[in-house]
Design a protein around this ligand. Structure first.
Ligand code: PLP
Length: 454
């Protein structure tokens, strides 16, 4: 007798597809409440030796668990970095799930890898990297940064023409926390470059290197194209120029901001990204793809392949260029991973269905909204814009407010389901922060956030 778990089951299929259809047709997606409820009693005893009716389990999920999230894809989600996956990318994510693709190697999934590579090539062209640049999709910006920095470290001796015992990599105080974690994991110390106005520049990098007599252990630099807290784009061209002079690996963390490469009104801010040795951009942030998806790209992917390829007797067939169907492009060779979901496919499908002009328009819509809201904040006598937005993050202050006021304002907005906004800090002070990514976010929705500050 067949194991029933592997027999197609029409009833469960219908239940799940119906649920998905309903979730996909929520318009707009509701915000909901996140981790504010006690869920222990809901789940108690569920996983045991006997199974349950799928309808009952799905109802439990729909009624108690699915609403116990704050939906990042709501156009009223303004905290952290939200998400705004297109409907077609979400639908295609279901195709990826149903197909259980093993996106590790050309041998196992050439079709999926070819499509992912087409999407990656579009991103390298947008950034202006030369033909031949490439990489792979990884789970997130954190893994992208880690994987690129391993290559920066392990190629240093060849690049510099000498070995470096204790390498350091230059960062600024605004560099994303995942970079500090990655450096700690790979045993590389940060070389902190002081910035003026929170932006890393080539001049500051050069001055910091010149001022430190031991700086010949610095082997790379991380520039950020869209800092998470304030959306600041570092001076990429001058940073890359200094990196070039000193044979430093130049990595650009464009996890959030890289989407604005699509936007003519913001493209000038990224001048110099074409000189990067590696860069990341997260489609699960502002390129309208579902979680989890980050693009990791190298100017010379063969350097990354030499560092990341895993060797084992049972894996060698994957790398044997002479074996039929093997070895053309193995995504596993370009990052710290082996088995991987073909997570670039939802982005690929959505790009193919909608075309790049739709992406350009969607990113520009968000940038225009951000500028309009900035003007609205500037016009309000009780509000102060902390700095002009470069991308789609706004930091602003309410006269006389402290931490408690911002916390109460944030809690009240969520309880009224008007917005999810979390305060942040700027130069030691509590401030309000909004990050926009969803093209359906309207000026009126944002006004719901600003009005209670009057
Ligand atoms: C600039 C930047 N780099 C890296 C990351 C980490 O990306 P992930 O959360 O996808 O690991 C983030 C996340 O917000 C980010 O904003």
């Amino acid at each position: 007798m067949r194991n029933p778990m592997f027999v197609p089951d029409e009833r469960t299929t219908e239940l799940i597809f119906d649920y998905c259809r309903r979730r996909l047709s929520q318009d707009p997606v509701s915000l909901d409440y996140g981790g504010t409820r006690d869920l222990g009693s809901v789940l108690e005893g569920l996983l045991g030796s006997e199974g349950h009716d799928p309808a009952a389990v799905l109802t439990l999920f729909a009624e108690h668990l699915a609403t116990a999230v704050i939906s990042c894809d709501s156009p009223r989600f303004f905290s952290f970095i939200p998400a705004a996956p297109t409907k077609s990318s979400l639908l295609f994510d279901m195709v990826v799930s149903c197909s259980s693709l093993h996106g590790t190697s050309w041998l196992e999934a050439a079709g999926a890898v070819a499509a992912e590579n087409q999407a990656l090539a579009l991103l390298t062209r947008l950034a202006g990297l030369p033909a031949g640049a490439g990489g792979c999709f990884v789970s997130g910006g954190s893994l992208g940064n880690l994987s690129a920095l391993v290559v920066a470290r392990d190629t240093a001796a060849k690049r510099l023409g000498r070995s470096v015992d204790r390498p350091r990599i230059a960062v600024s105080s605004e560099t994303h926390s995942s970079v500090a974690n990655a450096l700690s994991i790979i045993g590389v110390a940060p070389f902190l470059v002081p910035t003026t106005d929170h932006r890393l520049t080539g001049a500051a990098l050069r001055a910091a290197l010149d001022a430190d007599p031991t700086s010949d252990d610095v082997v790379g630099v991380v520039a950020t194209a869209g800092t998470t807290n304030a959306g600041i784009v570092d001076e990429l061209s001058s940073v890359a120029e200094v990196a070039g002079e000193r044979a430093l690996w130049c990595h650009v963390d464009a996890a959030y901001g890289g989407a604005a490469l699509f936007a003519p009104s913001a493209r000038h801010r990224f001048r110099g990204i074409e000189l990067a040795d590696s860069f990341i951009v997260d489609p699960h942030k502002w390129l309208f793809a579902p979680f989890d998806c980050a693009a990791l790209l190298y100017r010379q992917p063969e350097l990354a392949r030499a560092v990341h390829t895993q060797h084992a007797s049972y894996l060698d067939a994957m790398h044997d260029e002479t074996a039929p169907g093997a070895g053309v492009w193995n995504p596993a060779d370009y990052a710290f991973h082996l088995t991987r979901r073909a997570r670039g496919l939802p982005l690929w499908f959505s790009l193919a269905v909608h075309g790049t002009d739709a992406y350009k328009d969607a990113v520009e819509t968000v940038l225009e909204l951000t500028r309009a809201v900035a003007r609205r904040i500037e016009a309000a006598p009780h509000l102060r814009l902390v700095r002009d937005p470069e991308l789609s993050v706004l930091l602003f202050e309410r006269d006389g407010w402290g931490d408690e006021d911002y916390r109460a304002w944030s809690a009240e907005l969520l309880s009224r389901q008007q917005a999810f906004v979390m305060p942040s800090r700027w130069e030691g002070r509590p401030v309000a922060r909004m990050a926009f990514l969803h093209p359906d976010t309207t000026f009126e929705m944002v006004d719901d956030v600003l009005s209670p500050m009057a």
